[in-house]
Structure formats: C-alpha cells, structure tokens
Design a protein around this ligand. Structure first.
Ligand SMILES: [Zn+2]
Length: 99
C-alpha cells in the first residue's frame, strides 16, 4: 500500500473534489422529484458525489490547518500568540465538525 505525504494527499483530494464537481454538473434536482439524469431525486450518483466531496473537503481542512505553508511574510512577535489561538481554534472547529 502506498502512503501519501500531506502534499500528495492534498493533490489527490483536490482531484477527487474536482471529479465530484464535474459529475455533479450532470445531476441536480429538476421539476418535481427528478434528477437531471431522470432518476428519482436525490439520485444515488449525486448523493455519493456530495458525500465524497464533503469527505475530502473535511480532510483538506485538517491538512491545510496542519500543513507547513511557505513563508510569505513575517508577523511581529507580539501577534504570534493571537495567531496560535486562531489556528488552534480552527483546528478544534474542524475536528468538532468531523464528529
Ligand atoms: Zn442524478
């Protein structure tokens, strides 16, 4: 089994989300309770794609919150505790949503 690092997983997840988005362009509720694919709404394809997209979006939120990012500037030392609290709060919020 191949193990992906965070960057590789992020790329994989982005491709999965893009694939789900592309498939979902051919599905969606139309008049009544029908999907564009003419199955009853919600059709299993659309439900599966939405579920997959949400799964990868949640994982991406965790990875992006913990991934080492390139340095684009410097923050004054006095602001670092504020940034730590902000990032910590975001990570806790994502973890709470994963429950
Ligand atoms: Zn459909």
């Amino acid at each position: 089994m191949r193990v992906l690092n965070a960057g590789q997983f992020a790329e994989y997840a982005r491709r999965q989300i893009a694939a789900a988005d592309e498939i979902l362009t051919r599905h969606g509720r139309v008049a009544g309770d029908l999907c564009r694919c003419e199955r009853p709404w919600p059709c299993p394809v659309a439900a599966s794609c939405v579920s997959m997209r949400e799964h990868y979006r949640a994982r991406m939120a965790v990875i992006e919150a913990t991934m080492r990012l390139p340095v684009v500037g410097t923050a004054p030392v006095s602001r670092l505790p504020v940034l730590r609290r902000l990032v910590g709060g975001l990570v806790r919020a994502v973890r709470w949503q994963d429950r």
